[in-house]
Design a protein around this ligand. Structure first.
Ligand code: F6R
Length: 246
């Protein structure tokens, strides 16, 4: 696990977007798997700017969603579907035939998960997975206690996730389950980029780097990933031991 710290979240976003842009330039048919939420927001905005300014060809890019709230329709502004269309898919003009998002309204969640896992396999696996980190250390919706042997799966959401998740919605929204790529997809991703900024993430970032590796804090498992890159701003890194920063 490589940790990189930037003075501000703006610089962190720029650096992360540069990594993704370089990946797309090197392999135009890159397979990306994307988180939503506050953590990657600036990175996606920077990437859109870089793609426009440098005329990077995204016509062969393939986009997979990392997760979705079960029961939330795609036109709800708090859904992962809405966010990815708004901040990545539409600005980069990715064709619908290259986009694979979880259907949070599916009546057959296990079929939906098998469809997703198969689509990723068919695409040749994920080249770069971009994730944030929950206040409880979740990655995607892989909540504390998750079975790491799972591929895509539906899962009961942790109480912390249900509470914190309200920030994405315009009005109070009951949340109970999520559907997510599993740790098998996380481990299989050729590059895993985790983004975090702000003081409120400092404690969970320290625990990610220092706590015993295990499912109690799922983010600690990223230490076992063969190519994981953690990109932080100074505030999120503020509790890290100096020896862990570079
Ligand atoms: C969202 C996702 C979640 C978030 C995490 C952090 O697609 O996978 O795991 O990355 O909850 O959320 P933010 O970035 O809003 O702090």
């Amino acid at each position: 696990m490589k940790i990189k710290v930037y003075p501000t979240s703006a610089l962190q976003s720029k650096a992360a977007a540069q990594v993704i842009a370089d990946q797309i330039r090197t392999k135009p048919d890159t397979v990306v798997c994307l988180a939503t939420g506050d953590s990657p927001f600036g990175t996606y905005r920077e990437l859109v700017r870089m793609v426009r300014d440098s005329h990077i060809d995204c016509s062969r890019l393939r986009v997979f969603g990392l997760d979705e709230w079960v029961g939330i329709p795609p036109d709800n502004t708090g859904s992962c579907h809405y966010y990815l269309h708004e901040n990545f898919i539409r600005p980069l003009a990715i064709g619908n035939d290259r986009v694979y998002l979880f259907d949070g309204l599916s009546k057959d969640l296990s079929g939906e998960c098998s469809r997703m896992t198969e689509a990723i396999r068919h695409a040749g696996g994920i080249d770069i997975m971009i994730v944030g980190i929950g206040m409880n250390g979740h990655i995607g919706f892989n909540e504390p206690g998750v079975d790491v042997n799972l591929w895509a799966h539906a899962i009961e959401l942790d109480e912390i996730t249900k509470t914190v998740g309200q920030k994405y919605f315009q009005s109070a929204t009951p949340l109970s389950k999520g559907i997510t790529q599993g740790f098998q997809q996380v481990f299989a991703a050729r590059t895993l980029m985790m983004l975090a900024h702000g003081k409120k993430k400092a404690s969970i970032i320290r625990q990610t780097a220092e706590a015993p590796v295990g499912i109690a804090i799922p983010s600690t498992l990223l230490r076992q990933h063969k190519n994981s890159l953690i990109m932080l701003d100074e505030e999120a890194a503020s509790e890290l031991a100096p020896s862990l920063r570079n």
